[in-house]
Ligand binder design. Structure first.
Ligand code: PLP
Length: 426
């Protein structure tokens, strides 16, 4: 039989997944350890993306690898409708880790799928359709989640009618933006958005919010704003959904960033770091809400897959035993302080901000205006020095740092000195 690699077919990967993006054009990774990715030539790179925020415990964490290996030997897959012991175990642990005294877990595979499931729950419970999300929100790119994602050029591919969604202003609490985006302004605007929905004859089913907007620029909301959103949702008779897919599992210096200090959304959506690299996501909430969605309405082949659940289960063990959010808080504040110092010395860096190891700063030109070109140049120079991160945000000028929470002193030193060298060279 012919070796299939010898066939003359030519295959490339679709551009739309972004692997042809400048960051990875010349990089192909073949292994990883802790905070480091290694390319096929053996050169190491500090992973300032933290695997898009999914590798909170570091790459190839030995206990995660062991748990996955053990589960691989026993039971990889059952299909979503068949229960497994490890899945039941993860449900119990998620309940204990969650802010809910009574917790139901609705498993999904990706973040976008979890958002869609949460929206279905809200629609089933309230028997309403309309959803309120926020300007600059990012909730995933499947066609259903795109309804709530804000960026027009992404939304253009949603098959859903746009009248099921309204976007309300979200606070921007740093730099020159606060004037029209203060907490108070945005809470008043949200009240008006509710009134607009009522005028349209569509009372809202849910208000969906990222406690920190990450994709569009690392923009944290204040506690006051999150409390206000919950109060407004309550008086409108709709559910609050916190999208903690990025902000959860210690990333921002606490187990969850939004759901703490007595602030509890009706539904909490999680993903990314729950699997520390394996695809698993979920919606959590009180059983009376979650079970408003009838049996069989939300299945997908790989939901609650035993292999992913085994990893989720050990991730929660490690989280509870090592509380990595404390380290993230300490390391994060050192990095932000360092960036503030860099910013006072050079006008290139503006508005350093962050919570735990969710850190952002903007690249600006000599007039202080957002500079996408500088952000790109910054990113490229850092990559050449073995430091990888993403740039983007709604002004295309934000550098985003979301490394593993487990980075040590030496790695912190590498990160800071590399950033300083890049600034010096630009
Ligand atoms: C806040 C937020 N919600 C949803 C998603 C979508 O998750 P996924 O890419 O796993 O579908 C992301 C992904 O980055 C995200 O940051």
């Amino acid at each position: 039989m012919q070796n299939f690699l010898e066939l003359e077919n030519v295959a490339i990967e679709a551009d739309s997944t972004g692997t042809s993006h400048m960051l990875s054009e010349t990089l192909v990774f073949s292994r990883a350890s802790g905070c480091w990715l290694f390319d096929t030539s053996g050169k190491r790179f500090f992973d300032g993306t933290g695997g898009s925020g999914a590798i909170n415990l570091g790459h190839q964490h030995p206990r995660v690898v062991d748990a996955a290996m053990a589960q691989l030997q026993k039971l990889i897959h059952t299909g979503c409708k068949l229960q497994s012991d490890i899945r039941a175990e993860l449900v119990t642990k998620l309940g204990a880790f969650s802010p809910y005294k009574q917790c139901a877990v609705l498993f999904t595979v990706t973040g976008a799928e979890a958002i869609e499931a949460a929206l279905k729950v809200a629609r089933a419970y309230t028997e309403r359709k309309l959803v309120i999300a926020f300007e600059r929100s990012y909730h995933g790119k499947t066609t259903g989640a795109l309804m709530a994602t804000w960026r027009e050029q992404l939304k253009a591919y949603s098959v859903l009618p746009q009248h099921g969604i309204l976007h309300s202003p979200y606070p921007i609490l740093h730099s020159s933006h606060n004037q029209n985006y203060s907490t108070n302004f945005c809470l008043q605007a949200l009240q008006k958005t509710i009134e607009q929905a009522l005028d349209m004859g569509h009372p809202p089913a849910a208000i969906l919010i990222e406690p920190i907007q990450v994709t569009e620029g690392v923009l944290p909301a204040s506690r006051e704003f999150l409390e206000g959103v919950i109060a407004i949702a309550k008086s409108a008779g709709c559910l609050t959904i916190f999208d903690e897919i990025y902000t959860g599992f210690g990333r921002c210096g606490t187990p969850f960033y939004g759901s703490q200090d007595g602030i509890t959304p009706d539904l909490l959506v999680i993903g990314k770091a729950l699997g520390n690299g394996l695809p698993i996501s979920a919606t959590l909430g009180n059983p009376t809400l979650i079970n408003a969605l009838p049996s069989g309405i939300q299945t997908s082949t790989f939901s609650g897959q035993p292999l992913a659940c085994a990893v989720g289960s050990v991730v929660l063990d490690i989280m509870v035993e090592t509380t990595p959010w404390q380290q993230a808080r300490r390391t994060g504040s050192l990095i932000v302080e360092f960036l503030k110092e860099l910013a006072t010395n050079r006008c290139l860096i503006s508005a350093p901000r962050g919570e735990g190891l969710m850190i952002g700063f903007d690249c600006v030109d000599s007039q202080g205006l957002p500079s996408p070109e500088l952000a790109k140049a910054f990113t490229k120079k850092a990559m050449a020095k073995g430091l990888i991160f993403y740039c983007g945000g709604f002004e295309d000028c934000t550098i985003k740092l979301t490394p593993p929470l487990t980075m040590n002193e030496e790695e912190l030193e590498f990160l800071m000195s590399t950033l300083a060298h890049v600034v010096a060279e630009l």
